[in-house]
Design a protein around this ligand. Sequence first.
Ligand SMILES: *Cc1c(COP(=O)(O)O)cnc(C)c1O
Length: 221
Amino acid sequence: MMPVNKDAWMALKDFLDSQKVELIAVSKTKPVADILALYELGQRDFGENYVQELRDKQSQLPQDIRWHFIGHLQSNKVKFILPFVYMIHGVDSYKLLKEINKQAAKLQRQINCLLQVHIAQEETKFGFSRAELDEAIVNLTGEQLPFVHIRGLMGMASLTNDEAVIRKELSGLKNIFDEYKARYFTQFDNLSMGMSSDYKIAVEEGSSMVRIGSLLFGSRV
Ligand SMILES: *Cc1c(COP(=O)(O)O)cnc(C)c1O
């Protein structure tokens, strides 16, 4: 198995610090030993995609890790991660927001959420379309969800080598972020975009948080 790339972490961290961008280390499918190796260097924010895997790891690892759920979350699984999750990046329906609010109320815990916007060409990716987002905003302004703290937006560019396409999608997401922040959500302070293959473009286009897996932990099989 490929070891964690500590040099890559240090170089990436220096670059991101200089740009005031946060690093989420995406550890899905990787063992707890790999997470600990980065924890020891000072990394505290980790991202996971699967509920059961996240629960298993969380119970074995230091309690000051901030866990970011970045996968597709089903409503019926919300309750399993809410006691400890720091931020949910992939919120893609109003129904899910309501379920998060309901379960969070039981814990009296406010949950940081990002709304996922569908910006890629692939149909397979999740997220609100622009029209669905506008509709969700109408619901949100009509009904209070006091245990949901909407901190910003998240998105994933198309899987392509065409930089121009990636840049256009990511800058489009930044525009939506700016517009929503100005119109509805003055509290917006997080724009989660950029992965191993496109984080440099994402930072240039105004990302505040990148989610990086394979660059740090090696490729996933
Ligand atoms: C897996 C994953 C990442 C990290 O991808 P890498 O290409 O390994 O950096 C980032 N964001 C999401 C939503 C993911 O599922």
